[in-house]
Design a protein around this ligand. Structure first.
Ligand code: BES
Ligand code: MN
Ligand code: ZN
Length: 500
């Protein structure tokens, strides 16, 4: 999809669809609808009095041959109540326009810019929203209809003269959306086609394309490195595990901090010997969403080139039952030297993260951020709407939450505290790999935190937010690409000066 600025006067622009938004309560005369010519606004006032146009969030009203405009159609998107409007609305309103149009075979949308929507930060989100919306997880459908994709999403600049800042915003929006869609493609693949080997191959070709350093290690090296916690999970599968390492280190960047991004890469989680019920087990093909997100972030960094050092580590394996599988009661010594009693082989994510975090520290990471589809418990707490955020370092937690707010993604801090530690004590080893049902997202997070040690660390439990279960006006059903935008925002605003 092409995104371009166009400068025609609003009443003269030739387009199949001119898109504006308006707020609930005053739909005919608010938002970007307020710069429509008088006859068009009168038309909207009529629609409002008849009750057809309310401005409720994501409501779509389509008018053919609208009076006062050269456009073939006018699409009015509801923006909801003005006092509730936030940055996520730019993504969602543009996304709604894009999905509404493409579902009807319309190839081009002209999005009206006016007031706040023309600010660079909004432009970035509008471009991002349109591109994220123009995605369906339909790769394996024979009746897939690529012609339904949008060709063009024009930005009607009007009196605004787009300069470098505006053009750069649109470019950023595209990079972030493409990184999200890259992550979504990885998460959407079924586990027979997205093995640890395939995930590593995709990571490698992405690293090559965007000039990032890439390393990958197989079973022998994983064992030689004494990654016994990672290996314990991997040993039950016939698919060889992969430790994927991608590095971004621009020559001019300050030596510190080095951000370690660690993503859970379980390409399929059966639960192992503590096997899961068959109901919804298919969803466990998405158990590598954290790893896929970190690869998406690296892809974006390779293009935006911020002035910061970043190392991504993705431990990729299946979690399978079998003759060689690890078992409840087993004791393993993690790479860090801590001993772990396995009480449940389905608590495998924290095991692979344990060694991957330790490895990231050995590779020089001075700040750790992990993303993992770690617990069902976090979905009980926060649903599929909000990511759980955990960490002892309040400043880094605050930075992540602030980036989420700026990126329009929902995250919420949940507590970590020594008082929960007793829940995962072991009678035989240093710690046990489960802490029971109560506070399950917290004890899982704290287990992972044991391997971050004194290094500042933030954990994102994305078990709920990795997937969109019901199609939304602005987002297809399927993988979300969360939390790529938040992490890209964080890493591109960390060291203010532009990169090499
Ligand atoms: N991958 C799952 C968590 C999960 C659940 C992700 C639902 C996405 C949707 C994780 O490996 C797991 O099985 N966690 C267990 C932990 C328990 C055994 C302590 C869980 O949440 O039940
Ligand atoms: Mn599991
Ligand atoms: Zn899992």
């Amino acid at each position: 999809m092409d995104i371009q600025f166009v400068e025609d006067p609003i009443d003269q622009v030739q387009t199949p669809t001119l898109a504006v938004y308006s707020f609930e309560g005053s739909p005919a005369t608010s938002g970007t609808a307020e710069i429509l010519p008088a006859p068009t606004r009168a038309l909207l006032e009529n629609l409002q009095s008849s009750g057809e146009l309310t401005g409720k969030a994501y409501e779509c009203t389509l008018v053919h041959r609208p009076e006062g405009l050269a456009a073939e159609r006018l699409l009015v998107i509801g923006a909801g109540k003005q006092e509730k409007f936030g940055v996520a609305h730019w993504i969602r309103l543009a996304g709604t326009a894009a999905r509404f149009a493409r579902a009807r075979g319309i190839k081009r949308v002209t999005w009206v810019l006016h007031g706040a929507s023309a600010a660079p930060e909004s432009l970035q989100k509008i471009a991002q929203g349109a591109l994220v919306a123009d995605y369906d997880a339909d790769k394996y459908r024979s009746d897939r209809n690529p012609e339904k994709r949008l060709d063009q999403f024009d930005l009607l600049a009007g009196t605004l003269r787009p300069r470098a800042a505006e053009t750069e915003s649109v470019r950023r929006g595209r990079i972030i959306a493409e990184a999200q869609n890259f992550t979504r493609d990885l998460v959407n693949e079924p586990s027979n086609l997205m093995t640890p080997t395939v995930l590593a191959e995709r990571a490698e070709s992405c690293a090559r394309e965007f000039d990032l350093d890439f390393e990958v290690y197989g079973p022998e090296e994983i064992r030689r490195l004494k990654m016994n916690a990672f290996w314990a999970v991997a040993q039950g599968s016939n698919e060889p595990p992969r430790l994927i390492v991608v590095k971004y280190s621009p020559p001019g960047a300050p030596p510190l901090p080095v951000i370690g991004l660690v993503g859970k890469g379980i390409t399929f989680d059966t639960g192992g010997i503590s096997i899961k019920p068959s109901q919804s087990m298919d969803e466990m093909k998405t158990d590598m969403a954290g790893g896929a997100a970190m690869l998406g972030v690296m892809r974006a960094l390779g293009q935006i080139k911020p002035n910061v050092r970043v190392i991504a580590v993705v431990p990729a394996t299946e979690n399978m039952p079998g003759g060689r599988a690890f078992k409840p009661g087993d004791v393993i010594t993690a790479m860090s030297g801590k001993t772990i009693e396995i009480l449940n082989t389905d608590a495998e994510g924290r095991l692979v993260l344990a060694d991957a975090l330790h490895y990231a520290k050995l590779q020089g990471a001075t700040v750790l951020i992990d993303a993992a589809t770690l617990t069902g418990a976090v979905t009980i707490a926060l649903g599929d709407i909000t990511t759980g955020v955990f960490g002892y370092d309040k400043e880094w937690v605050r930075r992540v939450l602030a980036s989420a707010a700026a990126a329009g993604e929902r995250m919420w801090e949940l507590p970590v505290d020594d008082e929960y530690r007793d829940l995962y004590k072991s009678s035989i080893a240093d710690i046990a790999n489960t802490g029971g049902r109560y506070g399950g997202a917290i004890t899982a997070a704290m287990f992972v935190g044991e391997f971050a040690g004194d290094t500042p660390w933030v954990h994102l439990d994305i078990a709920g937010t990795r997937w969109n279960y019901d199609e939304k006006p602005f987002l297809a059903k399927g993988p979300t690409g969360h939390p790529v935008p938040t992490l890209v925002h964080l890493l591109t605003t960390l060291n203010s000066s532009p990169g090499a």
